[in-house]
Design a protein around this ligand. Sequence first.
Ligand code: V55
Ligand code: FE
Length: 524
Amino acid sequence: MTAPFPAPMKFGQDEPLRFEGEIIDLELIEGEIPADLEGLLTQAVPEYLYPPVTKTLFPMDMGAGGDGMVRAFRFGGGKVDFATKFVKTERFLAQRKAKRGLFGQYRNPYTDDPAAAGIERTTANTGINFHNGVLLAAKEDGLSYMVNALTLETIGKYDANGAITSKTLSAHVRMDPKTGEMLTFGYFADGIGSKTIRYYVVDKGGKVTHSAVFQAPEAFMVHDCGATDNYFLFPLMQFSTDVERIKQGGPFYVWEPDAPMIMGVIPRYGSGDQVKWLRGPNCVLTHTINTFEEDGLIKFDVLRVDGNCFGFIIPDLKGRGGLFGEAPTRLVRWTIDPNASDGRITEFKDYGPVRGEGAHIDDRWAGRRHRYIWLPELHQSTAAGGAKSPPPPPPPPQVGRWPGEVPAGGGQPRMGNEHGNSPTMFNAITRIDMETGERRQWFAGEGVNLQDPVFCPRSANAPEGDGYIVGIRNRHGVRGGELVILEAMNIEKGPICVINVPVPLKLGIHSAWLPGYRYGEIRA
Ligand code: V55
Ligand code: FE
């Protein structure tokens, strides 16, 4: 039997489940599954096979440390099937064989059991992307794993037949819908805290056709990226690591509140000596929404956070964190001049305040001017201080040597928001028209959480935005979930279909949609 999971890891939606399985033909609760909704919704989900071997826990251990699972819903013919399977990483296989936990804190090999020495510890729990016929399940601290999109069986580690020499590969990549290329990179590419970035262009058939290596100005997190016809962009996020600190059991990342925004720009097929590091104001950029070029200038749509966007999982060294959605956040379109002589970024169009993260576009518009975005948000009435805001939970005990650390035996982790341990990150979704600024929102209701909903085009050639939004809805205190389907252009009308998923659906990370018209590309 497994050692017990630490008490703080067992709240509500976070409870360890550890099951693999499938449900054929889910039950309809309301409405009808549109006959033209055909494709595969996939999501990367952290789910510890065994509890981490650590006496203390950080919020990152709780939210981002688990073994990777791939969760999938396959739509077609007015029906939907469900499946969930662990990615069979080296780490997973070693623990399954040992029948116990071998790995310690989030991205911290110095806290592992001696029996874990030499075993690749990356979890494939963050990003999911489809390229060259396979799903790539990724965690940015190691190589990605290839997963069969039909069976969810793990194929093996992904290094493009040895062409990828980086030790790490990002969870966020960029796909070029025009060429079928995947543009990807690894940071900390030569080890934890290294400034080395390795950048790769992989063609439609899986061959690495270009690569570059260079040094970043700071050893910061490079969680996401951007691509246009002629450039690739590396926005640094102001979170730093320190090998000495993690050797002592400290948190992997801390926020650097005084560092400016730093954006790397390299010609798409450029060499390492052509990379430029442009500086912007003191703000943090979250996930890339889209990037494109006009008149030689790069447009970069992203949320701008004047504060710590990850305060709920990464405090600064003084322990200053923040609740989810607390730091002032605005939707902006930056203008970036890749030839700017002063190396500065100052200009942006401001679309106003938002309380969300992880917007999706119609992916067919990646890299060119798009009109619509769909942004998961925390509805104003339920936000901190809002009319329907429940009383905040008691403050977490300040124990341990490091900000955010709690004993594995008890106490309350510093994660989530005013709703406490089963975090409502999003309970609304907003469609924003980037031409007119118009916003339309659907509020999913009290006591629910929406997980990373994605856009699904109606057909290969449908106009931009013509299709559906599909997402998972959790209800606090209910050990099960639902799929909700909305008309993408009319989300304010609410779901046209609700589907019962009679098993708990713990909080996953990123989702992706593989349209049915691309099924022919799937490789076994
Ligand atoms: C994020 C998530 C991670 C991670 C680093 O979305 C950053 C932010 C789920 O893991 O390791
Ligand atoms: Fe991410």
